[in-house]
Design a protein around this ligand. Structure first.
Ligand code: ATP
Ligand code: MG
Length: 409
């Protein structure tokens, strides 16, 4: 059997589904899927664990299914982190270069990042990621990797992501209680971006928007580096809930109706067919047209997209995302959602399909698995130097950053 350390496992504990993907490093040093398992998520609300036992049983089921497929036991996982408790900000650090002949050494880089991290946080919060954006050497900015350069003053700009200590601990505890070690926690949108964006997207400027069941997670990249992240407490579950309330039916029925007849853009509905809605409380089923259903769905989809647009604007980045918007997550499978997004953003919008791993098969090639696949890719890149080298693109900036990100993200 293959050695255990050949496996990289991503565990996406989402609000609606929990998914485990086991990948193996093949002889050509490529990751390939050898097992996957999913389970309905129980015990999560808007991306955070609210019922430990229920979350543990979903994780166990997903992992056991993946283990059966892979024929190996999972020891450790890269698990996603989400929820509105996650906050981010940009920080700057500066140090005098200590190295021999003023040559910037690894130790100088480590120290300057420490200074960027040295912000006072409330005791109930912790830093999850420190992501260097660029270095500045003696006033010269835009430097990806300052190692070996000569200089007297080294500065760094970092994107720092923090979370509630207890919320982060709860997801780790849920995984541990399932008998698994957490190799690292990764902000979910960083994982989604990892599997759906190219280096060119990040260089041009792009917003990666993961619209899931309970949350909408945003990550904005410009000039090859992360600039902004945020999480909105809205997703496909609100759309389902609106349908259940509007049509006076159950949540499972509303979910079925959304997937089968739902459309987010009224101008796309040509044949206004009617469908039957089973009612609750012994009332007679009723006939509803697709247009009426759309009148329920469209305002909620517009609200989500507008909130994302406002968030990008507030971060001062609306003019910097020339590469457009990449939409991923299960909710982007809703018909008409892209039309609403294109009209609202007035930018190119495309679907974010996960890529970068061999043997994904049809089942995983859907936006609902971007985060799970991305967790494998992110975990592997940031914990294995060789992988970072292989993944680095042609741009010097990105190549330089891979060394740094490899150690710090
Ligand atoms: N074909 C479809 N049409 C419309 N909506 C869909 C379709 N397939 C899935 N969805 C919706 O996608 C949502 C789930 O997406 P996803 O699997 O990305 O969520 P999650 O990762 O579990 O949640 P989160 O990331 O918010 O914690 C649900 O609201 C579901 O109704
Ligand atoms: Mg998700």
């Amino acid at each position: 059997m293959a050695k255990k350390n050949k496996y990289v496992v991503g565990l996406d504990v989402g609000t609606t589904k929990t998914c485990a993907i086991i990948c193996e490093l093949n002889d050509r040093e490529q990751l390939e899927v050898v097992g996957m398992g999913t389970a309905e998520s129980k015990g999560l609300r808007k991306g955070v664990v609210v019922n430990l036992d229920a979350a543990v049983s979903s994780i166990k089921k997903a992992v056991e299914d993946a283990e059966k497929g892979a024929g190996t036991a999972v020891e450790s996982v890269f698990v996603g982190l989400s929820g509105v408790h996650v906050k981010s900000f940009n920080s700057r650090g500066a140090v005098a270069v200590n190295g021999h002949n003023r040559e910037i050494a690894k130790e100088d880089i480590r120290r300057v990042i420490e200074t960027a991290k040295a912000v006072s946080l409330p005791t109930d919060r912790e830093i999850v990621h420190v992501l260097p954006q660029e270095f500045v050497v003696d006033g010269q900015d835009g430097i990806g990797d300052p190692l070996g350069l000569l200089g007297t003053r080294l500065e760094v700009n970092c994107h720092i992501i923090t979370s509630s200590t207890t919320a982060a601990q709860n997801i780790v505890t849920a995984v541990n209680r399932s008998g698994i070690i957490v190799a690292d926690t990764v902000l979910q949108q960083l994982a989604a971006a990892e599997s759906t964006l190219t280096a060119d997207d990040k260089e041009l400027g792009v917003a990666c928007v993961d619209i899931g069941g309970g949350t909408t997670d945003l990550a904005v990249y410009t000039q090859g580096a992360i600039r902004h992240t945020s999480i909105l407490p809205l997703g496909g579950d609100q759309i389902t809930n609106d349908i259940a309330v509007g049509l006076r039916t159950t949540i499972p029925e509303a979910e079925k109706i959304k997937r089968q007849y739902g459309c987010a853009c009224s101008t796309l509905i040509e044949d206004d067919v009617a469908f039957e809605v089973p009612s609750v409380g012994g009332r007679q089923p009723k006939s509803i047209s697709k247009k009426i259903l759309c009148e329920i769905i469209q305002p909620r989809v517009e609200e989500i997209i507008i909130l994302v647009k406002e968030d990008i604007k507030q971060a001062g980045l609306e003019k910097s995302i020339g590469g457009g918007v990449v939409l991923t997550g299960g909710t982007v499978l809703l018909a008409g959602l892209f039309d609403i997004a294109e009209q609202t953003f007035d930018l190119p919008v495309r679907q974010g399909m996960p890529a970068g791993i061999a043997k994904m098969g049809g089942a995983l090639t859907t936006p609902a698995y971007s985060t799970a696949i991305g967790l494998v890719l992110y975990g592997y890149r940031t914990h294995t130097h060789r992988w970072a080298k292989a993944q680095a693109n042609g741009s010097l900036f990105s190549k330089g950053m891979s060394w740094i990100r490899n150690r710090l993200s």
